[in-house]
Design a protein around this ligand. Structure first.
Ligand code: ZN
Ligand code: ZN
Length: 427
């Protein structure tokens, strides 16, 4: 389903005879040594880099001339185009930035003094990217790097060990998106059919699920219903008194249960998007309405039950969000109704798990984002505060390790999350 080469443009135009099709010559920029030299001169790097013909697909690729350990900065550069308001350059990290109005697609764009329309910025980004760092198009290609936007500085760091002569690759979009959505975007905006390691694994999983009796059409329909439900719930909260049924969030909770318990012929693939994201969004909405019990159950299910067990930038972001809810629930006022329920997890358990997750998030953030990054620093600050407030053993001690393990097991059992999804403490 996902060939390694982009489709022949002639076929798309309706011309079937390949002999008649003469593609216009496409010169990748590695064919111009002066251009490559001037690009590499502008990059600050301790790793010797080279621009050569990409091994993955057509076009140019960036190669490391010596081995790079995971968690190392590969290079820093000033991007060709920045679309961030200078007012937040220094104060907002890339992770928070996407939720603000300062990104180009959310408001007027600024491109180093010149203004650019939102549409132009959006069209330019994929064009620039596909001409800079080539990414997982062919077999067995995995992203080994991660590009981090810090105001107007672009940093590329290694996520995995890179051997001398290896091509440096990054992921073009949020890898947490569901496979067909990823493929659609890559086709529409980057003009290729992705058959990277992750897409292949997702496709194989889907095929296996169908082989086991799963009904793909029903699953797709259910997923569409989940997305619709998310939209309606968000609208109900934003514009009160219109979708009154959905304001209280109980309808969303019930609907989600109905959709996900519908007979599918095989087990509901509970780690498959959009369900995990829907559960987390719902958890934050429930927290706003002091529906503590549901919020805690939904965030644990949405965050822990997924296949993304390998660590990396998205894993840190997810742990961060989980911890926000755990801390809010753990520090809830003593008169909160949920806390009176005997079956509800103990406050000490919730805080122990929050501190454990936060410690792991800090460790991983130092590796993926770097210890100097504002986001990493803010996680550490949160960790220090949470640790100070936490009763009982403090993180870093053997007692805490035991407390964390037992507390996490109890919390997961309460939320109905299988034990195999437990987060391991590495430090
Ligand atoms: Zn931030
Ligand atoms: Zn892919």
């Amino acid at each position: 389903m996902a060939p390694d080469k982009p489709k022949n443009a002639a076929r798309r135009g309706g011309i079937d005879d390949d002999d008649e099709f003469k593609p216009s010559p496409r010169e990748a920029f590695h064919t111009d040594p002066l251009l490559c030299e001037s690009i590499l001169r502008k990059v600050v790097s301790t790793v010797p880099l080279a621009i050569r013909s990409s091994r993955i697909s057509m076009g140019s690729g960036l190669f490391a001339a010596e081995a790079v350990e995971p968690g190392r900065e590969i290079y820093q550069s000033d991007p060709l185009m920045a679309a961030v308001d200078s007012a937040v350059n220094e104060t907002v990290c890339h992770y928070c930035l996407k939720d603000t109005n300062y990104f180009a697609w959310a408001g007027p764009a600024e491109a180093t003094g010149n203004s650019a329309s939102q549409g132009l910025v959006w069209r330019t980004v994929p064009a620039l990217r596909t001409n800079c760092v080539r990414i997982r198009i062919a077999d067995k290609i995995e992203s080994v790097g991660y590009a981090l936007d810090l105001g107007r500085q672009l940093k590329v760091r290694s996520l995995k060990k890179i051997a001398p002569g290896d091509e440096i690759t990054i992921c073009y979009l949020d890898p947490r998106m569901e496979m067909t959505t990823r493929q659609k975007i890559l086709q529409r905006e980057y003009f290729f059919e992705c058959s990277c390691t992750r897409c292949k694994a997702d496709l194989k999983e889907q095929k296996d699920w169908v082989k086991a009796g799963g009904n793909l059409d029903t699953l797709k329909q259910s997923n569409a219903e989940i997305l619709k439900l998310m939209k309606r719930t968000a609208a109900a909260i934003k514009h009160p008194k219109i979708y009154t049924d959905y304001e209280g969030l109980d309808a969303a909770e019930t609907q989600l249960r109905i959709i996900t318990t519908r007979p599918l012929g095989a087990d509901w693939p509970d780690h498959m998007e959009p369900l995990p994201t829907a559960q987390v969004v719902l958890a934050f909405q429930q927290l706003e309405q002091s529906k503590t019990t549901q919020a805690l159950r939904n965030v644990l299910n949405g965050k822990l039950v997924n296949r993304r067990q390998s660590r990396g930038p998205e894993w840190v972001n997810e742990m961060d969000e989980t911890v926000l809810i755990l801390l809010a629930v753990g520090n809830a006022r003593p008169d909160n109704a949920a806390l009176a329920d005997k079956g509800f997890p103990a406050r000490t358990d919730i805080l122990a798990v929050a501190c454990g997750y936060l410690g792991e998030a800090c460790r991983e953030a130092s590796r993926t984002f770097g210890s100097g990054c504002g986001y990493t620093k803010s996680l550490f600050a949160m960790f220090v505060t949470a640790t100070e407030k936490k009763p009982g053993p403090k993180p870093g001690t053997e007692e805490f390790r035991h407390e964390f393990g037992a507390a996490q097991a109890r919390l997961m059992e309460w939320a109905g999350v299988p034990a195999k999804y437990a987060v391991a403490m590495t430090g």
